[in-house]
Design a protein around this ligand. Structure first.
Ligand code: HEC
Length: 143
């Protein structure tokens, strides 16, 4: 009985994912490469110093350098997808988790805007983050 319940649960969960993901590649890439740390609602994990994406998007997109920073964070720039897919993923993420105001003002990333910052990451992205926000990654967790 326990086994049957487990199987039904698996079918239900994966059946649902399957149906909704086929049409949406950025969503599938988010699930594969980001959700494990950032969560299904982009909520992050304070315990593990993973920032909430809504706050990150709002904070960084107001700076021209912040637009590049979102591409340069290690987990983003090193994700195993090509520039166009990464642009699509960031655009999806901003539409999904960004505030209404950001969504109205934001010009979607083009693939051509991804390659340069992706290849030329600053040696220390955490320092760049601190410069842009005045805060280190760990201090934001308790704010
Ligand atoms: C292994 C866990 C992990 C995975 C997987 C991961 N991230 Fe992150 N992410 C982090 C951590 C931790 C930070 C904080 C920055 C740092 O540590 O340099 C971060 C920072 C970010 C930031 C900048 C937020 C800020 O406040 O500095 C964005 C945007 C982001 N991640 C998006 C993504 C996307 C998109 C993916 C998938 C392609 C992804 N992350 C995958 C852990 C992860």
């Amino acid at each position: 009985m326990k086994h049957l319940a487990k199987s039904l649960f698996t079918i239900l969960i994966f059946g649902t994912y399957d149906a909704s993901l086929k049409a949406e590649t950025p969503q599938l890439n988010y699930l594969r490469y980001c959700q494990g740390c950032h969560g299904d609602a982009g909520q992050g994990s304070a315990r593990n110093s993973v920032p909430e994406l809504k706050e990150a998007i709002t904070k960084f997109l107001v700076h021209p350098e912040g637009r590049d920073y979102l591409v340069q964070v290690a987990d983003v720039s090193q994700s195993p997808i090509v520039d166009q897919e990464l642009a699509d993923l960031l655009n999806w993420m901003i539409r999904r988790f960004g505030t209404k105001e950001i969504q109205e003002k934001f010009a979607p990333y083009k693939a051509s805007e991804i390659s340069e910052p992706r290849l030329n990451r600053p040696a220390n992205t955490r320092e760049l983050r601190k410069k842009l926000t005045g805060k280190s990654i760990h201090s934001t967790m308790s704010d």
